[in-house]
Design a protein around this ligand. Structure first.
Ligand code: NDP
Length: 491
């Protein structure tokens, strides 16, 4: 009785719950003023350089090298020498030791790398800390396990490494994309020249320190920073045996054209315009969380983002209502604050692109909703956005926005959902929300997407292959499938 009375006596809950700032310390990262190019295990001085900034504050973080064609040439020569001088003929179990070592160091230095990722890329620390870093380490652990089992992975096919892999990665998951590419390449006995994205080179440069700590032989991994010209020089280089590219469909197509007839192997992981399909029998609140995770995770800078919500007409209204209410609780701001849900947009260029497409959505007649939120004055920011009244022909329903912008469409029957979901040049991912297992399978068989998530979204696992159909590219990364592009077979 006393207990109950005590509770009744409590002062009422304040209406306005505000979060006290919970900033992660920057002190764990010690940045150098200048970074060279990591070639043959050494830091080489580039002829040209540029400044890399923090997109949340616009402050300069460091000066990094703008790799030239000659630098790429030196890096390829170093990778070729390392391939020939021992790495490719090292027993798989020995290669595995290096990969395990790299994985463990990534775990040990996870906090430092996560802070740097958020500083240079703008993503919330809770994402770099809980998603990017654990997954990057998991990829090295996973592929370390395969390094001495390739004969079992490809029985009777006599798998061999292919040589020097040229790898070009984007800015949305800088260290994770590096891990997706470097880990399987090394596990198979190849050497690597990797070009990080222009705006997010710093975790790749810190990774060079990890490689030295792991005592990886010089030249096995070379990192050449720079803009698209550096990437193009890598694609063109005759000494590269394979190109692995993640980025825009436009550049992917250009690379494919350049490589036609050269005999170089190629994998492309390009854009997407995924449908997140919500049926009226699903757990609605769970679906709302999945929708939010699907499009606002990493500010929507995700190739497999659920950027088109297909809602069954019978639940359209309550779903949109719940979604809008949930949006009001998202905290936009400092990426290093542990409470932040939506961080900074990666660059001014990307912010302009988002604004242009959002303006096109409004001009074409869609209805825009943005929750009230105050955006920081400095840096690049965009409020979480939902568009309703969207027709399939609108640009916001067709083009990859790559920002925190959701387009909502409706459907009545499963057939119509499949038709609308597949009505895109892309085919990377899709989500299905329903309580019926049979319907999940029925949908998954018909959706033209490399990954179909059921009652969840944006789940990644190193053991599971990832890749696209149509203009989303070809080849798979992750899992057993992710080894194949880095092997040739003496069948
Ligand atoms: P890009 O395709 O230009 O960038 C991806 C990588 O390719 C970067 O390292 C880039 O270097 C490099 N690159 C650029 N041009 C060339 C070239 N001619 N030859 C070889 N490499 C090249 O993507 P953007 O950064 O310009 O983003 C534009 C749009 O692409 C986004 O709005 C989004 O829609 C989509 N995108 C999709 C991604 C995905 O994960 N599928 C990732 C990133 C973007 P640099 O950074 O210096 O330009």
């Amino acid at each position: 009785m006393t207990e109950i009375r005590k509770k009744q006596d409590r002062t009422p809950v304040p209406k306005d719950w505000t979060y006290a700032p919970a900033p992660e310390s920057r002190d764990v990262v010690s940045l150098r003023d200048r970074y060279g190019l990591f070639i043959g295990g050494e830091w080489l001085e580039p002829k040209e350089s540029y400044e890399t900034i923090s997109p949340s504050s616009e402050e300069t973080l460091a000066t990094v090298g703008q790799g030239s064609a000659e630098d790429v040439d030196r890096a390829v020569a170093a990778a070729r020498a390392a391939f020939a001088n021992g790495w490719s003929s090292l027993p798989g179990s020995e290669r595995a030791k290096y990969l395990f070592r790299i994985a463990r160091i990534l775990q040990e230095r996870a906090r430092e790398l996560a802070v740097l990722e958020s500083l240079n890329g703008g993503k919330p620390i809770k994402e770099s800390r809980d998603v990017d870093l654990p997954l990057a380490a998991a990829h090295f652990f996973y592929y370390a396990g395969w390094a001495d089992k390739l004969e079992y992975a490809f029985p009777n096919r006599r798998p061999r490494p292919i040589g020097v892999a040229g790898q070009i990665i984007p800015w949305n998951f800088p260290l994770l994309m590096l891990a997706w590419k470097v880990a399987p390449a090394l596990a198979c006995g190849n050497t690597v020249v990797l070009k990080p994205a222009e705006t997010t080179p710093l975790t790749a440069l810190l990774f060079c320190d990890v490689l030295r700590q792991a005592e990886l032989p010089p030249g096995v991994v070379n990192i050449v920073t720079g803009d698209g010209r550096t990437g193009a020089a890598l694609v063109e280089h005759p000494g590269v045996d394979k190109i692995a590219f993640t980025g825009s469909t436009e550049v992917g197509k250009a690379i494919q054209r350049r490589l036609a007839g050269t005999g170089k192997k190629l994998t492309l992981e390009l854009g997407g315009k995924a449908a997140n399909i919500v049926f009226d029998d699903c757990a609605l609140d769970q679906a709302v969380e999945g929708i939010v995770n699907g499009i606002y995770f990493n500010q929507g800078h995700v190739c497999c983002a659920g950027s088109r919500l297909l809602a069954q007409e019978s639940i359209y209204e309550p779903l949109v209502e719940k979604l809008k209410r949930r949006l009001e609780t998202l905290r936009v701001g400092d990426p290093l604050d542990k409470n932040t849900d939506v961080g900074a947009i990666n660059s001014q260029v990307q912010l302009d692109r988002i604004k242009e497409l959002v303006a096109a959505g409004e001009a074409e007649g869609a209805e825009i909703y943005q929750p009230p939120c105050r955006l920081p004055e400095k840096g690049y920011w965009f409020a979480p956005t939902v568009f309703t009244n969207v027709a399939q022909s609108y640009r916001i329903a067709q083009e990859e926005i790559f920002g925190p912008v959701l387009s909502v469409l409706t459907f009545r029957t499963p057939e119509e959902a499949v038709e609308k979901a597949n009505n895109t040049p892309y085919g990377l991912s899709a989500g299905v929300w329903t309580e019926k297992g049979s319907r999940i399978l029925w949908m998954a068989q018909r959706l033209r997407a490399g990954v179909v998530w059921a009652n969840t979204f944006n789940r990644f696992d190193p053991t599971s292959p990832f890749g696209g159909y149509k203009e989303s590219g070809f080849g798979r990364e992750g899992g057993l499938h992710g080894l194949e592009p880095y092997m040739r077979f003496e069948e």
